[in-house]
Design a protein around this ligand. Structure first.
Ligand SMILES: [Zn+2]
Length: 68
């Protein structure tokens, strides 16, 4: 009986982690975390910046208005 109880406890903890990950993923997506963002290189100064911060114009990537 002891082993069965242990297995159930482990399963419940594992299920909790799986559910937590599932619920956290969509939140991360809208949060714009740098780890999930693609890095782009500025075509002027070659600085790498996250895709959501990059300025795209005429098919080229710019890090800021200064480079644009
Ligand atoms: Zn730049």
């Amino acid at each position: 009986m002891g082993i069965v109880k242990l297995i159930i406890i482990v399963l419940v903890i594992w299920l909790g982690f799986v559910l937590l990950k599932k619920f956290r993923k969509p939140a991360d997506h809208t949060d714009q975390k740098p780890s999930t963002n693609k890095m782009l290189a500025c075509s002027v100064c070659k600085t790498h910046i996250p895709e959501n911060e990059a300025i795209l114009q005429d098919g080229k990537v710019y890090c800021s208005k200064r480079c644009l």
